[in-house]
Structures are given as C-alpha cells and as structure tokens.
Design a protein around this ligand. Structure first.
Ligand SMILES: [Cu+2]
Length: 155
C-alpha cells in the first residue's frame, strides 16, 4: 500500500511537471518586449490625448464665453430679447420659474436645452455662428402659440 502511494505520488509529480512545462513554454520569449511596446504606444496615446484636452481648454479660455441668464414661465421668457456678438461662445443659463416643464430652443443655431421642471436650471452652450435675428422659444407643445418666445440678435 505504502509503495503504491509513492508510485502514485511520483506519477503525479511527473504529470505536474509536464503540465507546468507547456504553460511556461506558451509564453513566447519576445512577449515581454511586445508588451512594453504596446504599453509605450498606449502611453504616447495618453500623452497625446492629454495635450489635446489641454489645447481645447486653452482655446475655450481664449474664446470669450458670453453668459446670459434667461427665465421662462407661463408663457414668456425674461428677458425676451438678448444680444450676442457673432462668433461668440454663448452660455444660456435657463431657469424654469413657472409651474409647467419648459425648455429653450433656437432652431437656426441648433440650440435645444433639456426640458426642465419647475424650479430647475439648465445650461446650453453654443456658438453664435451667424448674424441675424432669430426666435428662441419653448418647444413644449402649445407654449410657443401662447407666446413663450423671444428674440436673439447676433451682431
Ligand atoms: Cu414652455
């Protein structure tokens, strides 16, 4: 019985050794350098991305952002006329001072805020990329017809 145990144990050891060899042989010798190269590329990508983000932030800082606060209720905007410079980055802080949900939309400038509930506030940022007088309005059904509109003048 004892001898049988030893034989079994040594067989198992040999089997284990065979199992272990292919596992270590599976790793090709150049794998370490491949890994290093790919992580290097990844690092370069990361650095490039960081530089790009910094550039965008710098441009945003250089570009003057014009902030306009507009309140909307049933069924008007206050103020109902705003003036911005052509090419300006504009941030509209839209506050719903009414009871119903409202939003802020300018079709010609591709502006559409979220529809927000009473008492909430939302931001929309856009570039006033063309001159002219454009209508801003609330696109909740029926609200424009009831007078929920204003004018943005890009000059
Ligand atoms: Cu509305």
């Amino acid at each position: 019985m004892y001898r049988k145990g030893i034989i079994t144990a040594s067989f198992m050891l040999v089997a284990l050794a065979f199992l272990a060899i292919p596992v270590s042989a599976q790793v090709p010798p150049q794998s370490t350098s491949t890994k290093a190269v790919s992580s290097g590329k990844h690092l370069i990508k990361k650095v490039k991305k960081t530089v790009a983000v910094k550039k965008v932030k710098k441009i945003q800082k250089m570009q003057k952002i014009q902030t306009v606060a507009i309140a909307g209720n049933e069924f008007s905007f206050l103020p109902n006329e705003i003036h911005v410079k052509k090419g300006a980055r504009v941030r509209v802080i839209f506050t719903n001072t009414g009871k119903y949900p409202h939003n802020f939309v300018i079709n010609e400038l591709n502006v559409k805020s979220k529809t927000i509930k009473s008492g909430k506030k939302t931001n929309v940022i856009f570039t006033a990329n063309k001159t002219g007088s454009f209508q801003f309005y609330c696109s909740v059904p029926g609200h424009l017809d009831k007078g929920m509109k204003g004018t943005i003048v890009v000059e």
